[in-house]
Design a protein around this ligand. Sequence first.
Ligand code: ZN
Length: 506
Amino acid sequence: MNKMALKNRKELYRSYSEKMKSIADVRYAAAVLGWDQETYLPENGAAGRARQLATLSGIAHDWFADDSLGTLLQELLQAGDLTEAERKNVTRTAEDYERNKKYPAAFVQELSLTTSECYHAWMKARKANDYTLFEPALRKMVDLKRREARIIGYTDHPYDALIDEFEKGATVKMLDIVFAEVRDKLKRLLDRINRAPRIDDAIFRGRFDKDRQWQFGLDLLRAMGFDFSSGRQDISEHPFTTNFNSRDVRITTRIDEQDFANMTWSCIHEGGHALYEQGLPAAQYGLPGGEPASLAIHESQSRLWENNVGRSREYWACFYPKLADYFPGHFGSYSPEAFYKAMNKVQPSLVRTEADELTYHFHVMIRYELEKKLILGELDTRNLKEAWNGMYRTYLDVDVPDDKSGILQDVHWSHGSFGYFPTYSLGSFYAAQFFNAASRAIPDLPDRIASGDLGALLDWLRNNIHSLGRRFDAEELCERVTGERLNVQYFMNYVERKYAGVYDLS
Ligand code: ZN
C-alpha cells in the first residue's frame, strides 16, 4: 500500500502547513532584502540586490507551483475531518494554487521581462517628462494584460480577471455601481464646498525641525498601540509598510522640514497598516489564516486611522497640545480649530497621493475608467494621454501642465498592476463602515479618542478584523463585522457630516 495513503489527515495537514511555512520563509527573506533596498542599501549594491531578489522570488514561485503541493491540496480537500479553520486555509491555498497554475511558463517569463522593461521606460520618461518614451513599453504591457485576462478567464468583463489578483470577489459590475453612486454624491458635495469661503491653511507652512518631527511621529505611533518590540520605523523616499511575520513589522516615513503634515499623516496611515499586520495570528504564519483578508481591507485599516481618527476634532483635542509642545514658536499662535480646518481643506489637485479625502476618489475613478477601456481594447495607449488629461478636466476641473504631474505620476502601470487602484477607494469606503460599527459598539468612543485612549478601538479592530486573517474575503468579513455588505452610504454620511462642519455648509 502507498505510504501516502497510510498517513492520517493530521499528518497531511502538518506537511501542507510546513510546506507553506517554508515558502513564506523564502518570501519574507526576499521582503527583508526589499525593505533594505528602500531604506539602507548603498547605491552600488543595487545590481547585486536585484539578482538576489529575483533568485529568491523564483524559488518561492517554483515551490508554490510544485505538483506535490497540488497533490497534497487535493488529498486534503477530499478529507472530511479537518477543522473549520484548517479547511478554510486549504481552500484558500487551493484557489491561489489553481490561479497560479493557469499561467504558462513562457507567459510568466515574458511578463517578467516586459515588467522590467516597462519600469525602466517609465523612469526614463518621468525624468524626461515625456510620455512618448513610455508608450511603446506600456502598449506591450497592456497587450500582455489582455492576454492574461484570457488566460485566467472571466464571465462578464476581462478586467474582472485582473482585479481578482488584488481583490477577490470585486468585479466591474460591483465597482461600476459603487463608483457611480459616489461620483454623483461627491460631486454635489464638492459643488457646495466650492461655493463656501476658502480655508486658510497658513498654519501648515513654516519650518519644522526634522528630529522633532521624528519624535512626534513616534509618539503618535506609540499612542495608536504600535508595538516597537515587534516592529520599527525608518526613513524612505516613499512611505510603506512591510512585514516579515506578525512579530516583525516595518514601516517607513519621510520627513520634509517645510511640511510637517506629510510625515504626520503618513505615520498614522502606515501605522494603521502595521497594526493590522501585528494583529494577524502569529500561529498561522505562512497560511491564509495569518494573512490579511485583502488589499482593500488592508487599506481600510490605514485609512480608518489616518482619516476617520487622524483627521478628527477628537483626536487632535488630545494631540494638538503635544504637537504645540514640539513646535511652540509655530503652533502657539494658532487655535486647534484653525488646525482642524486646515487638515481637512478640500482642493482639487493634479497628484493622487497629495489629494484630500474627497477629491482622492476622482483620481481613482479616472484610472479605473481608463484601465477598463484599455483592457477591453476600446482605448489605445497612443491616445491615453489625451484621455487622461481630458478626464482630469471633466472630473476635477484641473488642467494637466505636463506628463510628470499627469499620466506619468504613478508607478502601478509600469509594474503591470491593472486592477489595483480601485482597492484604494474601497479601503476608504470599508473604513467608514467599520468605523461606524466600532462607534456603535463603543458608545463613548469620541470621548476616549479625545482623551488619547485609543486602546478600545484597537481591541475592537483586533477582535473583529485583525485576528481573522484571511478566513473571510472582504465582502464576507464586512457582512460579519457590520451586518451588511459594502454600503457606500456610510462613507457618504461620514463625509457629508464632517465637511458640512468644516465648511459651515447649511
Ligand atoms: Zn496604504
